[in-house]
Design a protein around this ligand. Structure first.
Ligand code: EPZ
Length: 418
């Protein structure tokens, strides 16, 4: 087990290059199973979720290896269609593999990816969509077992714009017979990125980014080299941390359009923000003013993956805020930890009621999930005094070299083994 020791109070000044997007690279890794050619994912992020996905691909018989910062996958030797339970539980997004494994093997078996720290995380929309493409699905002692003579295109209406379900159906449909239309599809930038990758491999996908995605099945997909989009959630996390600590931050390889909802809020809070191409510049030297209400919504609304980090910012603003989490049932597990640091915050159902305090006080806190852990790091950096953030393996799932990047900006943070 490892923890961060953080001495708060330093401003964050300097520049950070944003990693490629975790939530793009994971479905893109799943897509590599769809071809016997080599696929190179350029500049993959150095994070545990990606490493675990690489392990799962190896379990399927793929050759998946790091070459410098790239990941090269050769699935020509893939000979197994069962995703091991321990890895499926370790990595919820392994469920994305269902679509591509079924497409390759016409069968698949995966342990039911249980709920996690942010909610029930059901997969009913994934399974309903796959059934619409002709997949027979049974669930037996904790496993989802899929069989399919032939995948056939169909029209699928999603009850809610699920990111994972949209991606899973796209992966199953690219080599199905006929045309598939996904209605009420999720519109996240990572879905457009998956469409670009698939079309790079010879697929015929269009409409990603809108609520209707059309996939015309093809017979064969080919290898390619692909650079995924940058991680909008990492970018947002750094912007919020700099806003909380005060300072002057420049992000490079960032995409302001993909986090425009956050940039509007930070400007409302009183931050100065300029955008120039793939650079985002944030400056703040004073206590921020609260925004009255924030509601997480599917893209392009305020991202649920920035809810925890932004709520931590609300805790030290002048004024009160109400943060509403509309996507996941229990995405406030970090709140008791912020209260240990002096936050005045009460959660009732899906709402967090925040009264701003002058500053956080350093404390020993525990990360319970990826984004909640990132929120605690930002709070500790802005706090008065010393903090410890325990169980940072959650944070390592999605942020590569976090302490290194923060130290480069002037943050006083060190990783130690417990
Ligand atoms: C993706 O998860 C992201 N993960 C999540 O990021 C992100 O929070 C989420 O999309 C929402 O943007 C990856 O891309 C790897 P959903 P996913 O299906 O696909 C309900 C992070 O921190 N739902 O869009 O699992 C679900 O309960 C992670 O990087 C069903 O009801 O999210 C939730 O309320 C956390 N049935 C809502 O949809 C289903 O079959 C959105 O979930 C699927 C989902």
């Amino acid at each position: 087990m490892e923890k961060y020791i953080i001495n708060g109070g330093n401003r964050l000044c300097g520049s950070v290059e944003i990693q490629t997007a975790k939530n793009s690279v994971l479905p893109i890794l799943a897509a590599t199973v769809l071809t016997d050619d080599r696929v190179r994912i350029i500049n993959a992020p150095d994070i545990t979720d990606v490493k675990n996905m690489v392990k799962i691909l190896s379990c399927l018989g793929c050759r998946a290896e790091y070459e410098g910062n790239d990941i090269v996958v050769d699935s020509s030797g893939a000979d197994c269609c069962e995703i091991p339970m321990e890895l499926a539980h370790e990595l919820r997004s392994s469920v994305f593999l269902l679509g591509s494994v079924i497409s390759r093997f016409h069968k698949a078996k995966i342990a039911y990816p249980g709920g996690c720290d942010i909610g029930l995380r059901p997969v009913d929309l994934h399974l309903t969509g796959l059934k619409r493409l002709g997949v027979e699905i049974t669930e037996e002692n904790g496993y989802i077992v899929c069989e399919c003579e032939k995948l056939r295109g169909n029209e699928i209406m999603l009850d809610c714009p699920s990111v994972g379900a949209t991606e899973n159906i796209m992966l199953a449909a690219v080599k199905a017979e006929g045309v598939t239309v996904i209605k009420n599809a999720a519109r996240e930038p990572e879905i457009e990125d998956l469409q670009r990758l698939l079309n790079c491999m010879g697929a015929k996908v269009k409409g990603a980014g809108s609520s209707s995605v059309t996939i015309e099945g093809v017979n064969t997909l080919y290898g390619c080299d692909y650079l995924p989009i940058s991680d909008r959630i990492e970018a947002g996390t750094f912007l919020i941390a700099a806003a909380m600590c005060g300072g002057e931050l420049q992000l490079s390889r960032a995409n302001a359009e993909n986090i425009s909802s956050l940039l509007h809020k930070l400007r409302e809070n009183g931050c100065k923000i300029h955008v120039n191409g793939d650079k985002i510049y944030l400056e703040n030297h004073r206590r921020l003013t609260s925004v009255k209400s924030i509601e997480t919504q599917p893209y392009p609304g305020f991202p649920t993956d920035l809810q925890a980090q932004y709520t931590a910012l609300c805790c030290i603003c002048r004024g009160q805020s109400i943060v509403t989490e509309n996507l996941f049932e229990t995405r406030f597990k970090y709140v008791p930890e912020l209260r240990k640091m002096g936050a005045d915050i009460t959660v009732i159902n899906r709402n967090a009621f925040v009264r701003g305090v002058e500053r956080f006080k350093g404390a020993a806190v525990v990360a319970h999930d990826l984004r909640g852990g990132a929120a605690l790091v930002s709070a500790a950096l802005a706090a008065e005094g010393r903090s410890e953030v325990l169980d940072i393996s959650h944070i390592d799932r999605g942020y590569g070299s976090l302490e290194y990047k923060l130290r480069e900006l002037g943050g006083d943070i060190a990783r130690v083994s417990v």
